[in-house]
Ligand binder design. Structure first.
Ligand code: TUI
Length: 319
């Protein structure tokens, strides 16, 4: 069985690996691509030089299709777009903004463009601008998020566009994948579960924190600054949320105070393993993840569980 999405991308399984900043390197993305999914290299706040290195790195590690994610809040975004367009990358996903003004460049380079959206309006705009597919991300996801849930937003986007829709946010196993398909998705994107993959270079402390997390262990920081981010709660988030509360009640909030608390915190969590003062971005399904597995096993689990779930429902509903 090969879906339209799998044919478009020449991949075996309709599972994308989210482009988590500091986590989604060439090791992780190539492992996902080699296992038949779509590995995606994250470029976060990277300089164009680092992006070029990352692309060379993944090309050396897989002959399978892979994607590169461009984070639109990156101050180097213009140069990063140019590097990506010049380096023979075939699939680009974008996040944290609208890639509208770069669409012509991507298309001229023959790139398949798959923007991440958090609203119906942006999904429509992206389809009009030439997006080949759309990733719909609900606020169950880790990292920078919109306001709607996957459950509510996904079917509304599916109804609004005619390109394939990939569901992201809150899909922690094959049951979630089946649910996304019931709502009209053509594929899924998985972040948090790949953070704890064997091939992920995320610090062992960060992986342990995800494995230990329960359902209520994520919080949303950054609502006041306009960049809401879902992370595992810890000392940093307690202090940050308190500071946010204090600044909210002021006539002119001290945004710099908040920015200073957040600066470098993601790197501290992922690279240094600082569970106390690091920003451990993770989705609400962290509580569902109980073991470190290879990317191959993660993908096989999603596919098998999804198929079993759908089979079970067919049996029930056809009685
Ligand atoms: O981009 C993500 N997740 C991310 S990016 C990131 S790096 C960062 N760190 C701190 C603060 C901000 C960013 C960490 N996690 N996911 C994709 C995503 N895109 N989620 C939500 C959106 C989004 C939100 C608003 C996309 C477009 C949008 O509106 C843009 C517009 O102009 O309408």
């Amino acid at each position: 069985m090969q879906s339209h999405l799998c044919k478009l991308l020449n991949i075996q399984y309709p599972i994308f690996q989210g482009a988590m900043a500091w986590v989604a390197d060439a090791d992780l993305a190539s492992a996902v691509s080699n296992a038949g999914g779509l590995g995606i290299v994250g470029t976060g706040h990277d300089t164009p030089e680092i992006v070029a290195e990352k692309i060379a790195d993944i090309k050396a590690k897989t002959t399978k299709p892979f994607g590169v994610n461009i984070m639109l809040l990156n101050p180097h975004v213009q140069e990063v777009v140019d590097v990506v367009c010049q380096s023979g990358v075939k699939v680009v996903t974008t996040g944290a903004g609208s890639p509208g003004k770069y669409m012509d460049k991507f298309k001229a380079a023959g790139i398949i463009v798959i923007p991440v959206v958090a609203s119906v309006a942006l999904a429509r705009r992206m389809e009009n601008d030439g997006a080949d597919a759309i990733i719909v991300e609900g606020m169950e996801a880790g990292g920078h998020i919109g306001k709607s849930t996957t459950m509510a937003l996904l079917p509304q986007v599916v109804d609004a566009v005619s390109v394939p829709v990939i569901a992201a946010g809150g899909i922690g196993d094959g049951r979630g994948m089946a649910a996304a398909y019931m709502l009209g998705a053509s594929g899924i994107q998985v972040g948090t579960r790949f953070v704890v993959a064997k091939e992920s270079n995320a610090h062992a402390n960060f992986k342990q924190a995800i494995l230990k997390a329960k359902d209520i262990d994520t919080v949303i920081t950054g609502q006041l600054t306009g960049h809401p981010v879902r992370v595992l709660r810890n000392k940093l988030t307690r202090e940050y949320l308190q500071a946010e509360k204090e600044e909210t009640s002021k006539e002119s909030p001290d945004f710099e105070r908040l920015e200073n608390m957040a600066r470098g915190a993601l790197r501290r969590a992922v690279v240094e393993g600082d569970k106390i003062r690091g920003s451990m971005m993770a989705g609400q399904i962290a509580g569902l993840i109980s073991k470190e597995q290879t990317c191959h096993d993660i993908i096989q689990d999603y596919m098998r569980e999804c198929s079993e779930t759908i089979q079970k429902q067919i049996e029930y509903w056809s009685k």
